[in-house]
Structures are given as structure tokens and as C-alpha cells.
Write a protein that binds this ligand. Structure first.
Ligand code: LER
Ligand code: MN
Length: 254
């Protein structure tokens, strides 16, 4: 069996004895001297590598390159978002045909870094520009699930920066109960940008089994003229039947 070892060439990884700060040739030489048959090159950005140099060095040290590790791009550049854009684009035909909104929930990622806001704005802008008839909704999600966009204010900031009509907000009562100082006021703030609503009680049980005041929510929704759907997104608690059947009635009554 042939052996190989990870060599990062642009950004640090904890899973290799090599540092990208050292000369690439020195690292290749060390790997060869240690007896490895190959190296798995961890490349963050393939557009910034000297392919000819790599090929030559591999030849010189009689090393193969059985794999390219790409995870550095996620770690250092949040590049997975680009994959998500492609996926979002693939959602568009069905969404357009049925008039469904496309939800930007955890697909946006959960870790925050200095680029996150910029990336979110840029990628959402791209998503929304594919088809102006298809609407995207950004959902504030509580801090225990993501660091990115927990509150209505944060979501409004993003959609205001983008400034397109086909991006709005999904208001989820469960998350709002955790993150907002007042559910009523936050809903009023969203106002015309509200395109979709998720409903669950404070414990994420079916509505009516926690302490969220849904009649107040209902009043605000009607005051701001919300005409869209209210979608149950709750744990199947206290029971499957409560969740499925009672909630249908509950939402209609609201
Ligand atoms: C998605 O709509 C949502 O609310 C998240 O909590 C899912 O984990
Ligand atoms: Mn939700």
C-alpha cells in the first residue's frame, strides 16, 4: 500500500506536521525523505498556485499527489457559500412555478467571521438576481443554532443593504421569542418586508402549549396587512395529533 501525507500550501491546518509558511520544496523534500510515496496537497485557492512548480517538484521528489484537500477554502474563505448559491439557483424553477418563497435558514452557515455579513449580502444579492419574480426570505434564527442573523434588526439590515423587492423576512415565532425583547414590536418593525411566517410556541411545541401570546401576534399580523401563509414548524409535541390536527385549527382561528 502506498503512503501519503497532508501538506498545506496556503493556509494552516492542524492535521499536518507541515506549515505553509515553510518553503514548498522543503516540505516536499521532507515528505519524500520520510518515506512517503505521495502528498495530499491542501489547497485553499487553486487560482493562486503554481501548477507547473508543483508538478515539477512532485517529479523531482518522486511523489504522487493522490488527493487535493479543499476544506481550507471553507475554513478561511467561507467558500461553501458558493456551493449554496448554486443550490439556491437550482431551487428557482420550482419556486417560480408554484410561487413559493425560498428560505435562507441554516443554509447561510452558522459561524460568524469578519467576512460573514459581506458574504451574506453578496450571495443573497446573487441569489435574488437570478429571477426577480422569485422571492427569498431571510430568517432570523436563535443564537443556539447560528451566529449569523439572530434578530429582526440584523435581518432587516441585510435586506436593506441589498435593497431588492424580492428579498424579505421570514418571521419565526420560536426564534423571536428567544431573541427579541418584544415579539410584537419586532413584527411591527418587519412590516412590509414580512413575506412568510413560521409558528411554534416558546418551547417549540405546537402553538398553545407554551407561553407565546398568539392572539397578539395575530392582531399585529392583521394590522400590518400580512396576507401570506403561517406555517407550523414545531416539534411533534405534546403529541403528533396535537401538532398535526389541533395546530391546523389553531392557525385558522388565528
Ligand atoms: C428553519 O426555518 C428554522 O427555524 C431552524 O430553526 C431550523 O433548524
Ligand atoms: Mn423557522
Amino acid at each position: 500500500m502506498k503512503s501519503s501525507i497532508v501538506v498545506p500550501i496556503q493556509d494552516v491546518t492542524t492535521v499536518s506536521p507541515f506549515s505553509p509558511d515553510d518553503d514548498i520544496e522543503v516540505n516536499f523534500e521532507k515528505a519524500a525523505q520520510a518515506g512517503y510515496d505521495g502528498i495530499e496537497l491542501a489547497i485553499t485557492d487553486p487560482t493562486h498556485i503554481d501548477k507547473r512548480k508543483i508538478t515539477k517538484l512532485l517529479e523531482r521528489y518522486k511523489l504522487e499527489m493522490p488527493a487535493i484537500a479543499t476544506g481550507q477554502a471553507y475554513k478561511y474563505e467561507n467558500i461553501s457559500l458558493m456551493k449554496a448559491i448554486e443550490r439556491m439557483k437550482q431551487h428557482i424553477p420550482l419556486a417560480r412555478e408554484l410561487g413559493a418563497v425560498i428560505i435562507i435558514d441554516l443554509i447561510r452557515g452558522e459561524k460568524k467571521n469578519k467576512y460573514s455579513l459581506e458574504f451574506l449580502v453578496d450571495t443573497l444579492r446573487i441569489c435574488a438576481s437570478f429571477d426577480h419574480k422569485v422571492r427569498f426570505v431571510l430568517e432570523p434564527i436563535n443564537r443556539y443554532e447560528t451566529e449569523l442573523i439572530n434578530t429582526v434588526d440584523e435581518a432587516l439590515n441585510v435586506i436593506n443593504i441589498i435593497g431588492r423587492e424580492n428579498i424579505g423576512i421570514l418571521f419565526d415565532t420560536f426564534h423571536a421569542n428567544i431573541e427579541e425583547s418584544s415579539i410584537k414590536k419586532s413584527l411591527q418593525k418587519v412590516n412590509g418586508s414580512l413575506l412568510y411566517v413560521h409558528i411554534a410556541d416558546s418551547n417549540r411545541w405546537a402553538p398553545g402549549y407554551g407561553h407565546i401570546d398568539f392572539s397578539e401576534i395575530s392582531r399585529v399580523l392583521s394590522n400590518i396587512g400580512y396576507q401570506g401563509f403561517i406555517t407550523l414548524e414545531s416539534l411533534p409535541k405534546p403529541s403528533y395529533i396535537n401538532c398535526l390536527q389541533e395546530s391546523a385549527k389553531y392557525i385558522k382561528e388565528l
